[in-house]
Ligand binder design. Structure first.
Ligand code: UTP
Length: 303
């Protein structure tokens, strides 16, 4: 491993998940299943496939289910073994073996920037990756692995970006940048949740970042921004001038599973791709369409 290799990743999971209430009243949003595995597993798998060796979860109260999920489940494993369910046993056991995981708690939910600040000791002066667990990207090549390549070539902050329709732009962090490669932009400015007429582009930052250790000083200097939270975007913004900042426009389909419509779309899209589920789901969706997608049509249809 050379000094420029990104081997550590931080996954903040301390947020309240209010957009998915009431489902998230008593369970972490990151544990809600997309088809049959929790959303967070897709993101951990992307990190592992991108060569990440250790992960820090920044957790909070009510998030213990995530720790249990990535632990062994001795009783369940015994039960599966006794019943001869070898494949399931293997799958369940492997979840606990995927990668070395650390945990730290963000005691007060002061925003994403503050959550990342909790990782200061873990990253210990190296550059590192951040993955948001409610941003799932379906891509042939893991997006983070492409971002790591961009980091090795440019040695700056790398932000994943995707194009978003103008009318939705005010929900996003947006970059203003100069295109310097097929998928790479040099970032000149970034703004959190701009009004559509003030947005500098339609390139929105999604939940994959490679950050340099100077981010911690910058977060420490950042005062609460939009929504009273310490925004990571604001901390990255104040690195301009001292760090080079790049945006990588990834190839792949993005699903924001932290809100209801994104969550539903991800479930349908991933289930349609599955050998064991896709055919029947496709038939069901086609049938719904034939009968009309209005409520009566849905009611009429019986298996
Ligand atoms: P979000 O704003 O998407 O998450 O933050 P949230 O606050 O849980 O969701 P809503 O808006 O109430 O529905 C982006 C990421 O940052 C984490 C969240 O867990 C999520 O992964 N986060 C946010 C923290 O870890 N701590 C915070 O104080 C805020």
């Amino acid at each position: 491993m050379n000094g420029n290799t990104i081997a550590k990743a931080v996954i903040p999971v301390a947020g309240y998940g209010t957009r998915l209430l009431p489902a998230t009243k008593s369970q972490p949003k990151e544990m809600l299943p997309v088809v049959d595995r929790p959303a967070v597993q897709y993101v951990v798998e992307e990190a592992v496939a991108s060569g990440i060796e250790s992960i820090l979860f920044v957790t909070g109260r009510g998030k213990r289910a995530i720790e249990d999920y990535f632990d062994y489940s001795i009783e369940l494993e015994g039960e599966l073994e006794q019943k001869g369910k070898k494949d399931l046993l293997h799958e369940i056991r492997e979840i606990g073996n995927m990668v070395q995981i650390f945990y730290v708690r963000q005691k007060i939910q002061r925003g994403l920037g503050d959550a990342i600040y909790q990782a200061k000791r873990f990253v210990n002066g190296t550059s590192f990756a951040v993955l948001l667990a409610d941003d799932i990207i379906d891509a042939d090549v893991p997006v983070l692995s492409r971002m790591k390549e961009a980091y090795q070539e440019n040695l700056g902050v790398i932000l994943a970006v995707t194009r978003i329709p103008r009318e939705e732009i005010s929900q996003w962090g947006v970059i203003q940048g100069k295109k310097i490669g097929e998928r790479l932009y040099e970032v000149e400015d970034l703004v959190e949740k701009p009004e559509p007429e003030e947005a500098p582009s339609d390139l929105a930052i999604v939940g994959r970042y490679i950050l340099t250790p100077s981010i911690f000083e910058s977060i420490a200097r950042t005062t609460p921004g939009k929504g009273g939270e310490i925004q990571l975007t604001d901390a990255i913004r104040s690195l301009r001038g001292s760090e080079r900042i790049y945006a990588y426009e990834f190839a792949g389909t993005y699903y924001g599973v932290g809100d209801k419509i994104g969550y539903l779309k991800a479930n349908i899209a991933f289930a349609l791709k599955r050998e064991d589920l896709g055919k029947e789901l496709r038939e069901f969706l086609e049938k719904l369409r034939e009968e009309g997608l209005h409520e009566d049509g849905v009611k009429k249809w019986r298996r």
